[in-house]
Write a protein that binds this ligand. Structure first.
Ligand code: ZN
Length: 184
């Protein structure tokens, strides 16, 4: 993996409980240079944060864009525009998920093993594709972001209790940042 200089990143991460994370994202209707630049900046942000997936609301954009890379190999970069999950199937599996919008919080989440999606590529061409295993896990997690659904909503009551202090701290930090912005 290549090193990305942290100082030149275009996007910063929106952290819980930023309200942008709760708004359902809207579809892209222009497949232009601006979209390509956004997607490329999202990949950069994802790599710099050592993530395997990122949804546009996590960088403050209410758009139906998600990017992922399950292996770290550049050829496995995948950008899904206007993605819809058509079908989820297979057994429910449990996996410990993290989220760039919830730093240092990990929780076990149950999801079906496979999902089938339709999406557009950067040129606006439509595709259908089936995912399984880790990629399916990432797609389903990032898809949640487009619907305003967050890791905290998927946590078991036990995990919510376990992470109560960390979640409260994120809320405090958000309030502090918001009020310092107003003060300026
Ligand atoms: Zn996430």
């Amino acid at each position: 993996m290549t090193e990305t200089p942290r100082t030149k990143l275009e996007f910063s991460l929106s952290l819980y409980p930023d309200p942008v994370l709760r708004r359902p994202a809207v579809a892209i209707d222009h497949f232009d240079e601006g979209l390509r630049a956004t997607v490329s900046a999202m990949f950069e942000r994802m790599r710099a944060s050592s993530g395997v997936g990122l949804a546009a609301p996590q960088v403050g954009l209410g758009l139906r864009i998600l990017v992922l890379n399950a292996t770290g190999r550049p050829e496995d970069d995948l950008a899904l525009i206007n993605v819809t999950i058509l079908e989820r199937s297979g057994p429910l599996t449990v996996f410990e998920e993290g989220c760039l919008s919830f730093p240092e919080i990990y929780a076990e989440v149950k999801r079906p093993e496979r999902c089938k999606v339709k999406y557009c590529d950067l040129e606006g061409r439509q595709f259908e594709r089936e995912f399984e295993g880790f990629e399916s896990r990432i797609v389903q997690h990032e898809y949640d972001h487009l619907e305003g659904v967050l890791l905290v909503d998927r946590m078991s009551p036990a995990d919510k209790t376990r992470h109560r202090a960390a979640l409260a701290e994120l809320v405090e930090r958000f309030k502090t940042r918001a009020s310092s912005k107003v003060a300026r």
